[in-house]
Design a binder for this molecule. Structure first.
Ligand code: ATP
Ligand code: MG
Length: 366
């Protein structure tokens, strides 16, 4: 999957821009606030109709303009394709064209231009609390497995209902009678989530450790450990075995749940740990190590997506070079040889052996 070119009109700080891209690495260089991230945002929007920075279409259109436009030629699904979006700052609905034919929803272009973005916010995930990592896992797994998304939606719904029962039982004691039903279903669906997650983390780990090995010049050994409910001794066990193990954990927390009025056990508390050569990244990782591990995980996610669709998504790396030593910078710039890559950076004088450099100045190519 390759983005051959892009044309922007009144998108963010770009009045009019036409750019041809290299099929390998595209290094986008420019000072702060010149439009580097805006360009990555345009690439993502072109393929998905979504922005990672805003839900408001109006913000994407150049201030004061009446219409914004994005257009791009892509080679994917074994043919040349084109995408075009027209955006309006008013309530007028946006328009989408695939190969010149008007489409109703972004769902109709899925698979034409897939992207994987690494942005500075992703760095927080490995150091932050468990909920950020669960959110990331769920987001990635939903992209890979539609059945996971269905199970997650059901789990979340039952969990909310169970918590409501625990809270409302003072006014309505009869509610406690239906609690076992909810617990049973919660454990069944929870077991399914654990089963998906175990396989996902295993795949992610296998790819990420390979990348991390190259990235760190063989100096660090990457490992990833899935943490789930303590009674689950093997998350790869059959779903009915997992269900039983979740149930026994739940039973031992029955009193505590009644006392705290909330569901205390289940995969909604899951987490994963990354460690480098045996040391927990969360506790001991340096800034460069956190960055390197986060990028290795992104590269791994991209490979997992490729194994689903047969095509490697376009990789977008926003602002990754700072805090990396020369060897690690060289990995990012010169050793990601698979598929198309966009890398933004502020430091002049960087170049890539695998493609071209594009200099951006105030919403235009320098
Ligand atoms: P940094 O190196 O600091 O990350 P950057 O090159 O990635 O900078 P961008 O985030 O792409 O910078 O944004 C650059 C500029 O785009 C900002 O100064 C912002 O004011 C401007 N901008 C954003 N949205 C719009 C818009 N709708 N209309 C006009 N300008 C906009
Ligand atoms: Mg930026």
């Amino acid at each position: 999957m390759k983005l051959k070119d892009i044309t922007l009109e009144n998108f963010r700080n770009y009045s009019a821009l036409s750019l041809d891209f290299d099929p390998g690495v595209n290094l986008i260089v420019g000072d702060n606030a010149q439009g580097k991230t805006n360009l990555l945002e345009a690439v993502i929007y072109l393929g998905s109709g979504k922005s990672f920075r805003t839900q408001k279409t109006g913000e994407l259109i150049k201030l004061g303009a009446e219409v914004g436009q994005l257009e791009g030629n892509i080679f994917s699904q074994e043919r040349a394709q084109s995408l075009r979006w027209l955006l309006f700052p008013t309530a007028r609905p946006r328009q989408l064209y695939l190969n010149g034919v008007k489409k109703k929803t972004a769902g109709e272009i899925s698979g034409v231009l897939q992207t994987v973005l690494f942005c500075p916010e992703d760095l927080m995930v490995l150091k932050a609390g468990a909920s950020a990592r669960r959110k990331m896992t769920d987001h990635c797994l939903c992209q890979l497995r539609p059945n996971y998304e269905a199970a997650l939606t059901e789990y979340t719904r039952i969990l909310e209902q169970k918590n409501k029962i625990l809270k409302d039982r003072y006014e309505n004691p009869g509610l406690l009678e239906i609690l076992p039903e909810y617990n049973t279903r919660l454990c069944q669906v929870g077991a399914l989530l654990i089963s998906y997650r175990a396989r996902y983390y295993e795949g992610l780990f296998q790819h990420a450790k390979k990348y991390h090995q190259l990235f760190s010049g063989g100096k660090e050994e990457f490992s990833l450990q899935y943490r789930t409910v303590s009674t689950v001794d093997d998350p790869f066990a059959p779903v009915d075995v997992l269900t039983g193990q979740l149930q026994s954990h739940l039973e031992s927390h029955y009193r505590a749940e009644l006392e705290s009025n909330q569901c205390l056990t289940g995969p909604h508390k899951d987490d994963f740990d990354v460690s480098l050569s045996g040391l927990s990244l969360k506790a001991f990782g340096s800034q460069g190590q956190v960055r390197t591990s986060a990028i290795s995980l992104k590269l791994a996610q991209r490979q997992l997506m490729a194994s689903q669709t047969g095509e490697l998504p376009v990789l977008l790396l926003d602002d990754v070079l700072s805090e990396l030593d020369p060897g690690r910078q060289d990995f990012v710039l010169n050793q990601i040889t698979e598929g198309q890559v966009f890398i933004t950076c502020c430091e002049p004088g960087r170049f890539t052996k695998l493609g071209k450099t594009i200099e951006i100045l105030n919403g235009a190519v320098k």
